[in-house]
Design a protein around this ligand. Structure first.
Ligand code: AMP
Ligand code: MG
Length: 407
């Protein structure tokens, strides 16, 4: 079977998405990681009035330098009266600048002598935050399809908005397969067993996208059991993600069981780690059959399933930002697949280097856990120390982040 470039598989997979979930209105406290259904414009101007950026004295710049009487005291939240010409107003950060004043002088630069203050010269506008500096009436605050982050929620609150229209979160069923798998916490391993790590890491990846994992547990390598579990998954979630059992071995039954209940395309993706990937539908529910090796499962989820899920969720998909970093390692033999290499960033600025976190085997989770990101090495290329690499951060790959929306 020929290798399929990642971009080709992605394009096909994304083209199958037409529906999006229905919208619902939620309070800001429940809006984290939700995808915006209706864009929001501001009905407010922020800040609503010129205000002081510092603790100090509000003056008319033409009255300084000099010694001025202090005519009023303006704490934040207390409206001022107009400034009497030839006087200074004691003012605090966030307090409204009185009419007539055009500058604020830092308290550190002033010397208060009883009811007067000695002030240096000032230029018009200094230390004043102007009305509307941040947000003008009608400005767009969040776009449709944007995944709300803590700062976005703060922005909405800053114009007095208390709730927002978002898409209902997708439910994603997770099914792992394998006779050898044992659940963490269920006791010691018998010979031949390993602990099931994909089940929890896939659930966590789904939660990081703001979606709801539906944990259907592990299924042994029996065709009927896998078939029955797939049917349960199809009726209990919007999408299905399985791990393991999609290769072409005699014990790999997931593929056949999907085909018996729907449709499936199996790709050998031209990426490393993560070669085999199945995509299709079971009784109309989209399904990803990820490879069982834990790093392959993580990487194929992040590179292929995540964009699909974000689009299906009503989000906007755009490629993860890649930034240049010099290599701290070498690759002597060119690979036949585009390789996503687990790296750590050492040093800063010009001296920054991407170093390998350890074994790049597709079953080794320690080097994934220790990684700051991935260096993308194109097929057919070698790498020497000091060469420029393209790096994707771990956060950009594992979460929707700013990559979920093109602004
Ligand atoms: P498979 O794709 O089922 O052939 O599995 C490939 C490799 O990944 C085998 O070494 C499996 O033991 C391992 N593996 C499969 N599923 C899991 C899982 N859920 N957790 C940890 N390792 C797994
Ligand atoms: Mg297996």
């Amino acid at each position: 079977m020929a290798l399929t470039p990642l971009s080709e598989a992605l394009e096909k997979i994304l083209s199958t998405v037409s529906a999006r979930p229905e919208a619902e209105t939620v309070g800001l406290s429940a809006a984290l990681k939700r995808f915006v259904a209706t864009q929001v414009h501001s009905s407010q101007t922020v800040p609503p009035a010129d205000n002081s950026a510092m603790d100090g004295y509000a003056v008319r710049s033409e009255d300084v330098p000099g010694v001025l009487p202090i005519s009023q005291r303006i704490p934040a939240g207390h409206p001022p009266s107009a400034l009497t010409p030839g006087t200074a107003a004691r003012i605090f950060t966030g307090a409204v600048v009185p009419e007539g004043a055009d500058a604020v002088i830092l308290q550190e630069d002033a010397q208060q002598i009883e009811d007067t203050v000695q002030l240096p010269e000032a230029v018009t506008g200094q230390h004043i935050r102007r009305r509307g500096d941040d947000i003008q009436l009608g400005d767009r605050l969040v776009a449709q399809g944007q995944c709300l982050q803590p700062q976005d929620i703060g922005l909405l609150a800053s114009v007095g908005i208390a709730d927002v229209s978002v898409f209902r979160p997708l439910t994603v069923a997770i099914l792992t397969t394998g006779d050898e798998l044992r659940e963490p916490g269920s006791g010691d391993l018998a010979p031949g067993q390993i602990y099931n790590s994909n089940r929890v890491s896939l659930a966590a990846l789904i939660e990081a996208l703001g979606m709801i994992p539906v944990d259907l547990g592990n299924v042994v390598d029996e065709p009927e059991m896998i078939g029955a579990a797939l049917e349960r998954a199809a009726v209990s979630a919007d999408c299905i993600v399985t791990a393991g059992g999609v290769s072409v071995g005699e014990e790999d039954h997931v593929r056949g069981q999907i085909e018996a209940r729907g449709t499936l395309t199996l790709w050998k993706l031209a990426i490393k780690p993560g070669k085999p990937l199945a995509f299709g539908e079971v009784m109309g529910t989209p399904i990803f059959g990820l490879p069982g090796n834990p790093v392959s499962a993580w990487v194929t989820f992040a590179l292929v399933a995540k964009p699909f899920l974000i689009k299906r969720q009503g989000g906007v998909v755009s490629p993860e930002p890649r930034f240049p970093v010099r290599s701290g390692f070498s690759v002597a033999r060119p690979g036949s697949r585009e390789e996503f290499v687990r790296i750590r960033l050492i040093g800063c600025g010009e001296a920054m280097r991407a170093t390998l976190t350890g074994s790049q085997s597709s079953g080794v989770l320690t080097s994934l856990s220790q990684a700051d990101g991935f260096a993308v090495i194109p097929a057919g290329t070698t790498v020497s120390e000091g060469d420029w690499l393209e790096v994707i951060s771990m956060a950009a790959l594992g979460q929707p982040g700013a990559g979920a929306i093109s602004r």
